[in-house]
Design a protein around this ligand. Sequence first.
Ligand code: ATP
Length: 256
Amino acid sequence: MWPTNLVTLYGEFTVTGIRKVRCAVSLTDKDLIVQRLTSAPAERNRLVFSLKDCVGCRAYRANDSSDPAAYLAVYFYLQKRRWVSSGVSRQRVERCFRLSALQDPCANQEEAEKWARAVRERSAQQHHLRDGECSLATTDNLSRPFRMMLMVNPQSGKEKALALYNHHIQRMLNEANISHTLVITERQNHARELVREADLSQWDALVILSGDGLLFEVINGLLERPDWEEAIRTPLGILPGGSGNALAASIHHYSG
Ligand SMILES: Nc1ncnc2c1ncn2[C@@H]1O[C@H](COP(=O)(O)OP(=O)(O)OP(=O)(O)O)[C@@H](O)[C@H]1O
């Protein structure tokens, strides 16, 4: 059935940050709508976040045990027009809400968990509608955590792949609740041999962070296996860590 855009969850929370503002938060199948509760005209205080841009959501308690509130953090990567050149890029936006309607910390935590599950489920549905057959199984439609092998070539391009992992990718994977095993390739054909011998039932996806060369190795490694017809169906991903990154740009960007 095609999803409607009816509100499925509603709550009034405090937005955390420097200015603590009360807001009404509504979740529909498609969007998270945040309405600030102030006297200013409603439209000016309303933000609509598409769940297509949401990578994850988590509920947590603060370290301070005297604080009965629970917190809900939602992570978006929004498409923004570039200032300096034409085209669009994605920008990370985190929205964090404080839930403190009840005295009982456990009840607040349960409410935050309920929201986090609902946001993740609806985001996964939106990704599936957007990407169709190409969308990977996610943590929410598997009965166990998503498992990824991430291969990084520290020598590719301008030797920035490891820094990209440390400063961006690791955080994004945590936000998306994707567990991963990091492999730093040590020499030519390391990834090829690894993939040729690997127990592929352990992985939901093989992802490389490098230039085009490492993906070429991974594909060759898969095709050299006795079970290559099954092995080559393993979902593959490429993150741009080389100098040109033509393949990553074609797959993720120019193809729409
Ligand atoms: N630790 C390593 N030291 C040297 N070579 C490596 C290492 N790990 C992988 N390689 C080899 O480096 C080759 C080139 O890798 P990759 O395409 O990632 O980088 P690149 O050629 O610098 O990228 P770009 O094509 O964008 O310039 C791969 O084919 C792989 O065999």
